[in-house]
Design a protein around this ligand. Structure first.
Ligand code: FUB
Length: 340
């Protein structure tokens, strides 16, 4: 219990430097936390808000990594992936391109560690349409570099055209690997979708394709891929995150707008998901909240973002962490925010 803090110096990420003489200009705005735990270390991957103070939309170019072994001290590992690392990404210095992401780890058949970075990036549509796609980068190190083994996105506008047809519907990937080693990708804005992944974690189950000389895919065909929807989550807005605690599956998500934090539970990773309620109300200065729920050293934590640093706002957010406490029936208590 000593190693599981109950209060946090929120927001936990404030500066883009470890130099103790830091200045106001060293403030970094981070959002959309995704946690990966491995060998006694928490790897917290965040997006990076680079909007000017008065800007009216997201400007996001790279993904940042912060690591901790005690949940109190965070080491700044810098940018580990940029939107332009995807050849198919589209954007320029005026547009934001790197939305929320998720990172998982698995050993390959030879026992080698592999890290899979699922990212939301604009571009890569088959018909040159504007819109967000979900792509994947793979690395043998948690801090990258991540390389795109597909050469094209995993999820395109055409895959979800039947529901909620706006161009930012395919955002916010969350991958969960179940105890039987089967893996699932969840994502969506205003509609939650999920699909099973192939054991290689880079193809959708049932996806057909041929491979070109450089090993990347071409002629992608997803007509045999089963894309499921989850329709039991009231006010589902975005940012799904699936985890398992004490034998029960939890799906936390951003609900409504401005966003609250809601959750559902299930006995199976494929649902049905039973709505359980709101555990955090909208936060100061930001319309979004983007949760990640994870275990570390025997305790459960919630990472999310507020916008409470000087100059903060909906496009200049800050990652926070607080503890999650379960009731005996598995329900989650309202999250108590802490500031040390
Ligand atoms: O950070 C950009 C977008 O805002 C994310 O993809 C959403 O989850 C919301 O936090």
């Amino acid at each position: 219990e000593n190693s599981s803090p109950t209060e946090f110096d929120n927001p936990i990420i404030k500066y883009d430097t470890d130099d103790p003489t830091r200045k106001k200009g060293d403030i970094i705005y981070t959002a959309d936390p995704a946690a990966m735990v491995k060998d006694g270390t928490v790897y917290l991957y965040t997006t990076h808000d680079q909007q000017y103070k008065t800007g009216k939309d997201y400007r996001m170019y790279d993904y940042r990594l912060w690591t901790s072994t005690d949940m109190e001290n965070w080491e700044n590992k810098g940018a580990v992936l940029e939107y332009s690392d995807f050849d198919w990404a589209r954007g320029d210095e005026k547009t934001g391109n790197a939305y929320a992401h998720h990172v998982v780890h698995r050993k390959d058949k030879t026992g080698k560690d592999r890290y899979y970075f699922y990212a939301t990036v604009e571009g890569g549509q088959t018909n040159e349409a504007f819109g967000f796609s979900i792509g994947v980068g793979v690395s043998d190190s948690p801090d990258g570099p991540f390389e795109d083994p597909r050469g094209m996105p995993m999820i395109l506008l055409e895959d979800t055209a039947r529901h909620k047809s706006h161009t930012w519907r395919n955002i916010d990937p969350a991958v969960f690997i179940d105890d039987d080693d089967r893996a699932y990708l969840y994502w969506g804005n205003q509609q939650l979708w999920w699909v099973e992944l192939e054991p290689d974690l880079i193809h959708l189950k049932g996806e057909k394709y041929s491979v070109s000389d450089d090993g990347t895919m071409q002629d992608r065909d997803t007509s045999d891929v089963e894309i499921h929807t989850v329709d039991t989550l009231p006010n589902f807005e975005e940012a799904p995150y699936v985890s398992k605690h004490n034998g029960l599956y939890y799906l936390v998500y951003a609900a409504g707008f401005p966003e609250s934090l809601a959750y559902a539970t299930s006995k199976s990773v494929t649902g049905p998901w039973e709505y359980q309620g709101i555990i955090m109300e909208p936060l100061p200065n930001t319309t979004t909240i983007h949760p990640a729920m994870f275990d570390f050293n025997g305790a459960t934590y919630l990472a999310y973002h507020s916008a409470e640093l000087p100059g903060g706002g909906s496009y200049r957010r800050s990652v926070c962490i607080d503890r999650v406490y379960f009731n005996p029936d598995g329900s989650i208590q309202t999250i108590k925010r802490t500031f040390t």
